[in-house]
Design a protein around this ligand. Structure first.
Ligand code: ADP
Ligand code: MG
Length: 373
C-alpha cells in the first residue's frame, strides 16, 4: 500500500490527468504530471514535467520520483510505458494499454472473450478495402460501413462513413493509407458504457451503466440511471468485468457498448483510463472514478461506486464559448460546473462538463441546452 504523503505520477496531462491529480491531492498525495505540452490542463494543478515521450532520461527521473505511475491517455508510446514500468509500479500495465491502442487487437480480444464486437474486417490496402466491404455486405448484411484508423482515433476522428466498395477504397486513401478496420454501422437504439475499477488484489468496483448520446462522434450527454432493465445492466457490467479480469487490469477502465434496434448488445471499444462517460461520478457517486484510480494505484480499498442521485452529465465543447464566456446557470440547485482550465476554446475541444443532479435532471438539461447552445 502506498500511503498518503507519497508521490503519484500520471503520464498525460489532459483533463483526465487533471481530475486524477485533484482527487489524489485531496487524499494527501503529491502528484507529478508528465506531458510534452507546456499548457497541459493537469500541469496547471500539479508539478509538471514538460518533456517528450521519447525522452528516456526525463522518463527515468520522473519514474524515480513516483511511488507509482498511472496514465490518462491510451496513446502514450509503448516504449515510454515499458521504460517507466522497468523502474517501478505502472498501472494499468503496458500490455493492457497496447490492446486499447489497436482497434483490431481490441476486437480480437473481445471476440475471444465472447463480448460480441461489431462485425469488422481489417483493411491494409486497396484490395482488402474492397474485399472487406464485400465480405461484410454478405456476411453481416451491411448497408453502411464505418472505416476507422486502427490507431490514434478519438472523438470520432480518423473515421469515414462508406456506402460501397469504391467509397471504402477512397476513404482508406483519405485516411492516409494506414491500417484500418471496416465496421458495419449498427442501427443504434442506445449507447451504453460501463466504468469500473480493479485493484491488484482483484477487487472490483463496478459503476452502473451510463447511457450516452453522441453528437458528431463526440460524447454529448451521459445519463444515469440508464434506461435499461436490470438484466441488461448486469449483463454489460459482466462483460466489462470479464474484460478487466482477462487483462489482469489494475486501475480504472471503461467499455463502450451499442444496443441495436433489435436489442442486441455489441462491444465497441475499451479505454484503459477514466472515461468521459464517468464524469458524473464526481458529483453523483460516493466515490468518483478519479478517486478509484488513486485508490487502485495506491493499493487502497476501492470506494463505493453506487450513485446517490440521478444525474445527467453535459459536455461543454469550445463551441459554447462562441460569444465569449457563457452565463453559467449556477443559481439552479443541482448544477455542478467543472472546467478544465484550457485557455483556448476551439470548436469541438472538450473544455469542461456540467453535472445536473437530482430528480429534475432532465428539466435542468433542457434549460442548459437552451441557454448554452
Ligand atoms: P472514438 O475512439 O472516436 O470514441 P468510436 O469507435 O467510439 O470512436 O466512435 C465514436 C462514435 O461513433 C460512437 O460512440 C458511435 O456513436 C459512433 N459509431 C462508431 N462506430 C459505430 C458503429 N459501428 N455503428 C454505429 N455507430 C458507430
Ligand atoms: Mg468511443
Amino acid at each position: 500500500m502506498i500511503a498518503p504523503g507519497a508521490t503519484l505520477g500520471v503520464l498525460g496531462g489532459g483533463q483526465l490527468g487533471r481530475m486524477f491529480a485533484q482527487a489524489a491531492q485531496r487524499m494527501g498525495y503529491a502528484v507529478v504530471v508528465y506531458d510534452p505540452d507546456p499548457h497541459s490542463p493537469a500541469g496547471r494543478v500539479a508539478e509538471h514535467v514538460c518533456a517528450a515521450y521519447d525522452d528516456m532520461g526525463a522518463l527515468s527521473d520522473f519514474a524515480a520520483r513516483c511511488a507509482a505511475v498511472t496514465l490518462e491517455f491510451e496513446n502514450i508510446p509503448l516504449s515510454a510505458l515499458h521504460h517507466v514500468a522497468e523502474q517501478g509500479v505502472l498501472a494499468p500495465h503496458a500490455q493492457a494499454v497496447a490492446v486499447a491502442q489497436d482497434r483490431a487487437a481490441e476486437k480480437r480480444l473481445f471476440a475471444a472473450l465472447g463480448l460480441n464486437p461489431v462485425p469488422w474486417r481489417t483493411v491494409e490496402d486497396d484490395a482488402s478495402a474492397a474485399q472487406a466491404w464485400s465480405e461484410l455486405a454478405s456476411s453481416a448484411a451491411m448497408e453502411v460501413g464505418i472505416l476507422k484508423t486502427n490507431r490514434l482515433g478519438y472523438d470520432g476522428k480518423g473515421q469515414r462513413t462508406v456506402r460501397s466498395a469504391q467509397e471504402c477504397v477512397e476513404a482508406w486513401r483519405e485516411l492516409g493509407e494506414v491500417s484500418c478496420v471496416l465496421e458495419a454501422r449498427i442501427a443504434l437504439q442506445q449507447e451504453l458504457s460501463v466504468v469500473l475499477a480493479r485493484n491488484a488484489r482483484g477487487d472490483f468496483a463496478l459503476y452502473e451503466p451510463g447511457e450516452n448520446v453522441h453528437r458528431a462522434g463526440v460524447l454529448h450527454t451521459t445519463t444515469v440511471p440508464a434506461n435499461v432493465d436490470s438484466r441488461l445492466a448486469l449483463s454489460v457490467q459482466g462483460m466489462a468485468r470479464a474484460l478487466a479480469e482477462s487483462l489482469d487490469y489494475v486501475g480504472v477502465m471503461a467499455l463502450e457498448l451499442f444496443v441495436d434496434t433489435q436489442g442486441r448488445v455489441w462491444s465497441n471499444e475499451m479505454a484503459p483510463r477514466p472515461h468521459n462517460s464517468g464524469h458524473h461520478t464526481l458529483d453523483a457517486c460516493w466515490c468518483s472514478q478519479f478517486e478509484q484510480q488513486v485508490r487502485a494505484l495506491a493499493g487502497l480499498p476501492l470506494g463505493d461506486p453506487s450513485c446517490h442521485s440521478p444525474v445527467v452529465m453535459l459536455n461543454l465543447l469550445g463551441d459554447v464559448w462562441e460569444h465569449g464566456e457563457p452565463a453559467w446557470p449556477l443559481q439552479l440547485p443541482g448544477v455542478a460546473l467543472h472546467l478544465y482550465g484550457k485557455a483556448q476554446a476551439r470548436p469541438g475541444r472538450k473544455m469542461g462538463h456540467i453535472n445536473l443532479l437530482g430528480a429534475s435532471h432532465q428539466a435542468l438539461l433542457q434549460h442548459c441546452e437552451q441557454v448554452l447552445f
